[in-house]
Design a protein around this ligand. Structure first.
Ligand SMILES: C[S@@+](CC[C@H](N)C(=O)[O-])C[C@H]1O[C@@H](n2cnc3c(N)ncnc32)[C@H](O)[C@@H]1O
Length: 184
C-alpha cells in the first residue's frame, strides 16, 4: 500500500477506496482513508497538490469521469501519477495465456472488470485540463512477479527493469504504465 510510504512524508495524505474490506485493512495500519468512488471523489475542488492511483483505474468502468475527478480535486499546477494496465506489454500477453486465478474465496480475476489500455487510449481519457508530462513503465521485462523471488534472476531483472523503466521506448512497454500529468 503506497499510502503507508507517502503518509509519513506528506503534510496531509488521505486515501479512498470503494470497498469497506480494503478500508478496514488501511485503517488497521493507522492510515487515513475514506469511503468513496473514484468517479465521485469526496473532496472539495483544488484540495490536493498531488493525486496518485495505482492498481485501481484499470478496474473503473467510468474512466473519463474518474479522470475528470482527479483534475477537479487537484490545484492548478498540481501533479498526478496515474497507473494503467498496458495492452502493449509482456504482462498482458502472459495474462491472455494463463487460466483465471482466484482473487478471493468466491471470485476469479476474469470476473473482475479489468481494462488493458494502449497509451493512445490513456491520452484519449485525459480531460483537456490534465496535460500529460511523462510516462514510466513498470515491469517491462519481468514475465511474472514470482521471478523476483529467484536469487540471481531477481538481481538481473531488477537491474534490467531499472534500465528500461525510464527510457522513452521501453517505458511504453511496461506491464503498468504510470502517466504523470499536470493540472493546467
Ligand atoms: C487491485 S486492488 C488495489 C488496492 C490498492 N490500491 C493497492 O494497491 O493495494 C483494486 C482496488 O480498487 C478498488 N476500486 C475499484 N473500483 C473503484 C472505484 N470506482 N472507486 C474507488 N475504488 C475502487 C477496489 O475496491 C480495490 O480495493
Amino acid at each position: 500500500m503506497i499510502l503507508k510510504e507517502i503518509a509519513p512524508v506528506a503534510r496531509h495524505a488521505v486515501g479512498i477506496d470503494i470497498s469497506r474490506g480494503m478500508l478496514g485493512q488501511a485503517h488497521d495500519r493507522g492510515l487515513e482513508v475514506v469511503e468513496g468512488s473514484a468517479t465521485a471523489l469526496p473532496f472539495a475542488d483544488g484540495s490536493f497538490d498531488f493525486v496518485y492511483s495505482f492498481k485501481v483505474l484499470a478496474h473503473v468502468e467510468g474512466i473519463h469521469q474518474a479522470l475528470e475527478e482527479v483534475s477537479r480535486v487537484l490545484r492548478p499546477g498540481g501533479q498526478a501519477a496515474l497507473e494503467f494496465y498496458n495492452r502493449h506489454s509482456l504482462r498482458y500477453l502472459i495474462k491472455r495465456l494463463k487460466k483465471p486465478h482466484k482473487v478471493s474465496d468466491e471470485t476469479t480475476d476474469d470476473q473482475v472488470f479489468t481494462r488493458y489500455d494502449r497509451l493512445a487510449d490513456v491520452r484519449g481519457y485525459l480531460p483537456p485540463s490534465l496535460a500529460l508530462e511523462d510516462v514510466r513503465g513498470v515491469r517491462v521485462l519481468t514475465p511474472f512477479a514470482q521471478a523476483h523471488r529467484v536469487p540471481l534472476v531477481s538481481t538481473a531483472l531488477a537491474w534490467a527493469e531499472h534500465q528500461a523503466r525510464d527510457k522513452r521506448l521501453t517505458a511504453r512497454l511496461g506491464g503498468f504504465l504510470v502517466v504523470i500529468c499536470r493540472k493546467l
